[in-house]
Design a binder for this molecule. Structure first.
Ligand SMILES: *Cc1c(COP(=O)(O)O)cnc(C)c1O
Length: 367
């Protein structure tokens, strides 16, 4: 007997995901205690206090399997959006739903269409299934929906519209989406990833739910509890789509994919509208503060509809990233998105924003 186990050829193409650096890692590696993370677009206010209370109570029940159907969470979401539970899939984070979509729809050699730059998980999910991502450059940091429609071929299965886009924070409008959907063949699924929709203030932000309600067979809208709802550590996301898409995705879903604590906390967080409103307010104020501060530092940035800002630091941003780390501030470098001079910075609390700006000031002054 000879030889070694060989993994599937297709997965050798996959580049490992580069996550935001965890706070504990920076504390460990640099020996500093006071570390703030403005790297992964988490809610700087933390979770809803109602979610925390619900979790405390639910902890006593973790010897039981969770409800594999997420009944109560689905009912609450169905009521919120005015759809039926058959229109809803809940995932172990939106990330899981992206993978389930790929498992359900992508055969080896199939294509997905994505913007460039955008969230890397779309390409990852396709690659796991031996599919290929066709990348369409953004124009002015925005999805070029005309070019994306033109990039659809007979091999295309899914098109991803990240709206607002991560890492740029830009959106595409209702009108652009409407004329885009007119061009997409009915057998191609359009995935609207709206992880940051709660932060959007633009009036022309598309009402994609209307497409689900009118029964479009080829649209899915994704949301998450990881961002404004402050539950990134628990992993809950959901998708809204025609029942046929939901049924296909359910075929490849693990029976207990969303854990018991995650379901309980998401339900409580969903009902806490006060926490969401407060989070929106903190974000809006932080955005104005950072716009002013970046401008005062002579730094260009992409105006954002989300809770993060893509900032041009005018030099290799990895250098600035390292110096910020040493000052206890974690951000994200743009090189992984193909923008080596950019940082992606999550809007924080007033104190966090001030600390970031003070640190940046010192670094740019040669400190
Ligand atoms: C953070 C994020 C998500 C959410 O992922 P989860 O798996 O739900 O934590 C989805 N899409 C984009 C574009 C994101 O930035």
């Amino acid at each position: 007997m000879s030889g070694t186990p060989k993994c599937r050829e297709a997965i050798l193409e996959i580049k490992p995901y580069v996550p935001g650096k965890p706070i504990e890692e920076v504390q460990r590696e640099l020996g500093i205690q006071d570390v703030i993370k403005m790297a992964s677009n988490e809610n700087p206010l933390g979770p809803s206090p109602d979610a925390v209370l619900a979790l405390r109570e639910a902890v006593e029940r973790v010897h039981l399997y969770p409800d594999g159907n997420c009944y109560y969470l689905k009912e609450a979401l169905a009521a919120r959006y005015g759809v039926s539970a058959e229109n809803i899939i809940i995932g172990n984070g939106t990330d899981e739903i992206l993978k389930l979509l790929a498992e359900a729809y992508i055969n080896p050699g199939d294509e997905i269409v994505v913007a460039d730059p955008t969230f890397s998980e779309y390409e990852f999910a396709a690659q796991v299934m031996a599919g290929r991502a066709v990348k369409v450059p953004c124009q002015n940091f925005r999805h070029d929906l005309k070019a994306m429609a033109a990039a659809i071929t007979p091999r295309t299965r899914l098109v991803f519209v990240c709206n607002p886009n991560n890492p740029t924070g830009t959106i595409v409008s209702q009108k652009e989406v409407a004329s885009f959907l007119d061009k997409v063949p009915p057998e191609v699924i359009v995935v609207f990833d709206e992880a940051y929709s709660e932060y959007v203030t633009a009036e022309d932000y598309p009402d994609t739910l209307a497409y689900i309600k009118e029964g479009r067979p080829n649209v899915i809208v994704l949301h998450t509890f990881s961002k404004i709802y402050g539950l990134a550590g628990l992993r809950v996301g959901y998708g809204l789509a025609a029942p046929e898409i939901i049924r296909a995705v359910n075929r490849v879903r693990e029976p207990f994919n969303v854990n018991l604590l995650a379901q309980v906390a998401a339900l409580a967080a969903l009902k806490d509208e006060f926490h969401v409103a407060k989070s929106q307010e903190v974000n809006a104020r932080g955005k104005e503060f950072l716009y002013g501060a970046f401008s005062a530092l002579g730094l260009k940035f992409v105006p954002t509809e989300a809770n993060f800002i893509f900032v041009d630091v005018g030099r290799d941003s990895r250098e600035i990233f390292q110096k910020l780390l040493r000052k206890g501030v974690i951000v994200r470098t743009g090189d992984i998105f193909g923008y080596p001079n950019y940082l992606r910075i999550t809007i924080g609390t007033r104190r966090q924003n001030e600390r970031l700006i003070q640190s940046l000031k010192e670094i740019l002054a040669g400190d």
